[in-house]
Ligand binder design. Structure first.
Ligand code: ATP
Length: 371
């Protein structure tokens, strides 16, 4: 594909060469204030060339503000942003090197698909023949060649978003910024498009940042995820790292499902505030107060639990079929847990509401945060 982005070493439109895997975009100690409100507080991160990074966090945490600061659409109040070895902190958007796609497709309704894609291709750099070639290339890339002469109102939402993506990629930027690009689409189109987006990004090798509040979406496409809350970075890591080794109780709670309870260290066990004793040699001082999290797939059930020290009997209070897994709600006194089991396991354990079930909480899977 002659897109000029897939080669190992590509000359950035401005700044130094882009070397896959090397730091390409760095944000240091960034602050953004709107009046007295601090939307970004001391945000630092590095995005490597060719990486797909998602900004994830609850509504209002500052994801879009951070993306807009990187694009120059909102200027930072303090801190520094470097892209491709160049300080871009105070550059206007037109002097930066990025393509952007917004949630609303923002296509020109009076221009055809091909004209929308060609929109940013002007000036000496894009003589007519080169511009036409580029538009054809992009139409093929997003599988819309047969729709080139249609107007936005004549194509579906998913197709409109593909046009927006092609338009953003047309001038061969080295950075692609996506602000909730899939959130106005219905669930099925959304899933298809996110995989298309991911494979396109891989093929082009273009450094990409996507804002999303949908953690499944972030988990499925991102190389790394930046989790934010209240204008701060909570953690940046691979999907597996943030799921398996959350850096804070906020992340353990926010990412994926988990049960949690408070406990204190008591020798080689934890004494939960519910009164339950859970074997776990933490190495922490007796009396240390902890918040303990456990993922539903890590709870051990039935005969496997009975082989573990300190297993307990819990009552199944609810059973939810989720297709490939069933989610059990378990109760013993004031301790509530969620546990996942396959439908076969539920049948063989007879784990239906009202039944008693042996349960063990594996020490090696407990996620602990000092209070
Ligand atoms: P969402 O997922 O809801 O879009 P977000 O994480 O993208 O949320 P931002 O849009 O970055 O959040 O907003 C962060 C905070 O900054 C919010 O409290 C918002 O109200 C505030 N904010 C954003 N833009 C402005 C502005 N132009 N003026 C004043 N406050 C703003």
């Amino acid at each position: 594909m002659a897109l000029g982005l897939g080669t190992r070493l590509i000359a950035a439109r401005s700044g130094g060469p882009v070397i896959p895997g090397e730091p390409y975009l760095t944000v240091r100690h960034l602050h953004k204030r709107f009046g007295r409100f601090e939307a970004l507080r001391d945000v630092s991160l590095t995005v490597n060339a060719g990486e797909f990074v998602c900004f994830l966090g609850p509504s209002g945490c500052g994801k879009t503000t951070l993306l807009r600061a990187i694009a120059g659409l909102d200027q930072a109040s303090a801190g520094r942003i470097d892209q491709g070895g160049r300080d871009i902190t105070y550059l206007p958007p037109a002097q930066r090197d990025f393509g952007i796609v917004f949630q609303s497709y923002a296509l020109f309704p009076n221009l055809t698909v091909a004209q929308n894609i060609a929109y940013g291709l002007h000036g000496r750099e894009w003589p007519k023949a080169r511009r036409e070639d580029r538009v054809h290339e992009l139409l093929d890339l997003v599988s819309l060649a047969s729709h080139a002469h249609k107007y936005p109102a004549e194509i579906s939402g998913g197709q409109q978003q593909r046009v927006a993506l092609a338009r953003a990629l047309a001038p061969e930027p080295n950075l692609l910024l996506l602000d909730e690009p899939l959130s106005s689409l219905d669930a099925v189109v959304r899933q298809i498009l996110r995989q298309e987006l991911r494979s396109l990004q891989r093929r082009l090798g273009i450094t990409t940042i996507m804002v999303t509040h949908d953690q499944e979406e972030a988990m499925s496409v991102a190389d790394r995820i930046l989790v934010m809350s209240n204008g701060r970075v909570e953690q940046m890591g691979t999907p597996e790292e943030i799921y398996r080794r959350p850096a804070s109780a906020f992340i353990a709670d926010f990412i994926g499902r988990s049960s949690d309870f408070e406990a204190v260290v008591e020798g080689d066990s934890l004494r939960a505030t519910t009164g339950h004793r859970i074997p776990a040699a933490t190495g922490l001082k007796d009396g240390t107060a902890l918040r303990v999290f456990l993922r539903p797939e890590d709870v051990i059930l039935g005969p496997d639990a009975e082989r573990r020290r300190g297993f307990m009997s819990m009552q199944v209070t609810a059973l939810e079929y989720l297709g490939p897994v069933c989610r059990l709600t378990l109760e013993n006194g004031r301790l509530d847990l969620e546990a996942d089991a396959s439908p076969d396991e539920v049948r063989s354990l007879d784990a239906y509401p009202g039944a008693a079930l042996s349960v063990a909480l594996p020490a090696e899977r407990l996620i602990l945060f000092p209070l």
